[in-house]
Design a protein. Structure first.
Length: 766
């Protein structure tokens, strides 16, 4: 559909006319169904000096006599097509102070046109410019590509800030950047206080780009020489400061007062902080204090420091104290020092240092340092200590020192990180259906493939996508788990909110996240392995979880490699609510049926769960028959209700197996056996770590070296399907110690041996 013109402006309509005996073609932009530029046909002489790309340049052709020149937009509010002594022209008049009056026209640029000249006559009367320097009478222009996206660099915006002596002629020439196929043409009175802007004979013609390029090259050379000379002086001055003070930050301890400050408490060279900033003193020591004035506000101090020549790396050190910090909505809304490199032209460069950030209070004053490489083209380091949209808190800094440091260790570390990044990359693959595994179904208490062969799922959890939505390391983890660790099943924890792009990290509506999961599924299927997609949520299923499974199951229904682990770890509810749903989270002692309406229950932070059966129903409503995995109660460690009347109704699918999670602090292994006699069991999470879990009493956490072999023996003895937690070096119990996938000796090494076929003896039940 055609896109509407901006508010109050009309896009010109197609037309044809003959002006002064010369044929001219339409310079209009027609919008196709996809919103792309579709130029009309230009006359054969479209690139000759006589041809104008503006339609009806002198506004005199009006074949239907409606008072509007053919081919031009309707006059906007404050504008008109005026006539004076038989001559028609465009008049823009400011209706009230500060209001923009603009005619909006779109023109096409013929293929091969590399430079344009705009010529026109103008008359400016009674002009009173606005508050900003660009609030005047001007012709604004902007290049567009074939998809209507902005193309840079843009044309100049010829402007007038004072009245003219009657009609005057003006012209401006400019180069057309590569890819430009259209021009937004916008003569305007831009937020002026008063005035009239008359224009006539608006002609836009192709011209020879050679002289313009030559002039631009000369101008650029002069500018670059000046910038380099100025940069050399600034670098030399920075070197002098460094030699004298051993610090590129002047007055980094804030002790030298600014003689120009009225209050006498502002340090020299540090300017005036905005709301939330101050320079207090304690025991005779002055420091910078940043305090959140209101939740979400940005509190920042900004300074720039030039870098001497030949400095390859810098170290920033400082003291800081953080109190009462409460992070904001996004993960990076905290206390941090932002840094940017700028080049000799003052523009931001790539390769700027990562921020130094703090997300929790410090125990008084602490010393901090950060080292980083300096790009060769960097002239200036911008330093921005700030409370970045935090909800509350105070961030105090003192004794800032910036000096050169040895770049070699930083280069080695950077090379190692890049090598690790490259090693983590796995190219996407096209589906190789001939290699995909056979579709599973539940037969008694076992899984069978389509040929009736029993399938025993054994593998690992590839964690990470439940925490960060763009963690592509998990793609590599899945491949390593299958190719190197010999897993035939990988459990992939994820979140429905990331699937839909509903997080501060995401700006693409979840597109990248969905692509990662799809790539994981294809890579596993191409290797003949299965993927258990785990909706990694807790407590009880909500309606939005059922909605997610409808969406996900519709996409992957009957994909032979995909199993649906519909809800990670239910807890804190009854078996009735677990199965059939109901109210969750009401205050204890409240008779909900008698005293509270549904609205009151919601107000008490309660919600109505759809239950695990609701998730099963959501999956099956799509026609998906994929095997479903349903976790038990007590964080999936209790399956007792399954054999007490709370088993789920599969609704005609290929079956349900029940998930049991157990770690080295869980007793009662035997409790799962009655369920295992009737249904397939999926030990979706298990493991042990030498590092004690903080939320579990240390004395009940068994040594992994005794617990792990016995648990693997128990799993093997009863042929329980299993995926160990976790193939991630920071998700305890950790199976690997690094991203080289080195197995941890107390857990990962045992699991890898079991996946390779080694049998373990269960010496003792727990």
């Amino acid at each position: 559909m055609p896109r509407p013109a901006p508010p109050q402006f009309a896009v010109a309509r197609p037309f044809g006319a003959v002006v002064r005996g010369a044929a001219f073609a339409l310079g209009l932009v027609l919008l196709g169904a996809a919103g792309a530029l579709t130029p009309t046909a230009f006359a054969q002489d479209a690139q000759t000096p006589a041809a104008s790309l503006t339609p009806n340049p002198d506004f005199e052709v009006d074949q239907n006599g409606d008072g509007k020149p053919d081919g031009w937009a309707d006059a906007p509010t404050g504008g008109s097509w005026a006539v004076e002594d038989g001559n028609r022209f465009l008049r823009l008049t400011s209706p009230k102070p500060g209001e923009t009056v603009m005619l909006y026209q779109e023109l096409t640029i013929p293929e091969g046109v590399e430079a344009l000249k705009l010529s026109w006559r103008q008359r400016v009367e009674g002009l009173k410019v606005g508050r900003q320097s660009w609030f005047d009478a001007r012709i604004m222009m902007e290049f567009m590509d074939a998809e209507r996206k902005k193309v840079s660099p843009g044309p100049p915006a010829p402007s007038s800030r004072k009245d003219t002596d009657g009609w005057v002629e003006r012209e401006v020439e400019f180069l057309v950047p590569a890819g430009a196929r259209g021009l937004k043409f916008m003569p305007s009175l831009f937020q002026v206080q008063a005035g009239t802007f008359d224009l006539d004979d608006l002609a836009l013609r192709p011209v020879d780009p050679g002289p313009l390029r030559e002039a631009l090259d000369q101008k650029t050379a002069v500018r670059d020489a000046k910038l380099q000379a100025d940069a050399a002086k600034r670098r030399a001055k920075a070197a002098e400061r460094l030699a004298a003070e051993d610090n590129l930050i002047s007055n980094g301890d804030f002790e030298t007062a600014d003689p120009k400050a009225k209050t006498g408490d502002r340090p020299k060279d540090w300017g005036v902080p905005k709301d939330g900033g101050s320079w207090p003193a304690e025991d005779g020591n002055r420091f910078l204090r940043l305090t959140v004035p209101e939740p979400g506000a940005m509190v920042m101090v900004y300074r720039t420091f030039d870098i001497p020549a030949d400095v390859k790396a810098l170290e920033l050190s400082w003291r800081q104290r953080v109190t009462g910090l409460k992070k904001g909505e996004a993960p990076w809304h905290d206390a941090r020092i932002l840094m940017e490199y700028h080049g000799v032209d003052g523009k931001k460069l790539g390769g700027s240092p990562s921020p130094a950030y703090t997300q929790k209070d410090t125990d008084g004053w602490v010393e901090v340092s950060k080292s980083f490489l300096v790009p060769e083209e960097a002239l200036t380091l911008v330093l921005m200590p700030c409370l970045f949209e935090a909800n509350a808190g105070t961030f105090e800094l003192d004794d800032l020192v910036l000096r050169p440091t040895d770049p070699e260790p930083l280069r080695i570390a950077a090379a190692q990180r890049e090598a690790e990044r490259q090693a983590r990359f796995v190219p996407p693959e096209e589906p190789q259906r001939e290699n995909w595994p056979s579709e599973l179904r539940v037969v008694g208490n076992r899984l069978h493939d389509a040929d009736g062969n029993e399938v025993w799922l054994q593998g690992v959890n590839a964690g990470g996508l439940e925490t960060l939505p763009a963690d592509r390391q998990m793609i590599k983890s899945v491949v390593v788990a299958i190719d190197d660790w010999k897993a035939n099943c990988v459990r992939v924890p994820m979140k429905e909110s990331f699937w839909y792009g509903d997080s501060a990290y995401q700006k693409d509506g979840g597109e990248e996240y969905r692509e990662i999961i799809d790539q994981i599924i294809t890579l596993a299927a191409n290797r003949g392995a299965y993927i258990a997609i785990d909706l990694h949520r807790f407590r009880a299923p909500k309606p939005e979880h059922a909605a997610f499974w409808k969406d996900f199951a519709a996409k992957y229904k009957d994909h032979p490699a995909v199993l649906f682990d519909v809800f990670n770890e239910p807890h804190g509810i009854s078996w009735e609510v677990w199965r059939n749903g109901g109210w969750v989270g009401l205050p204890e002692g409240v008779d909900e049926a008698t005293f509270l309406t549904d609205e009151e229950k919601l107000a008490n932070n309660a919600y109505r769960s759809v239950g695990m059966q609701g998730l099963v129903d959501a999956v099956r409503s799509t026609g998906a028959k994929n095997v479903i995995i349903a976790s038990g109660m007590f964080y999936s460690n209790d399956l007792s209700g399954i054999v007490k009347g709370y088993a789920l109704d599969d609704q005609g699918g290929h079956g349900i197996m029940y998930a049991w999670h157990t770690y080295n602090w869980h007793p009662g292994w035997a409790s799962v056996l009655p369920v295992a006699e009737k249904y397939p069991i999926f030990v979706g999470e298990c493991g042990a770590d030498v590092t004690k879990m903080s939320f579990v009493p240390a004395e009940v956490q068994e040594d992994p070296y005794t617990w792990v072999p016995d648990m693997l023996g128990f799993i093997q003895k009863h042929r329980l399907n299993w995926t160990g937690w976790c193939l991630h070096p920071k998700a305890s119990p950790v199976m690997i110690s690094d991203w080289s996938y080195t197995p941890t000796p107390y857990w990962g090494a045992f699991a890898k041996r079991a996946l390779a076929g080694e049998q373990f003896e269960m010496k003792k039940m727990r």
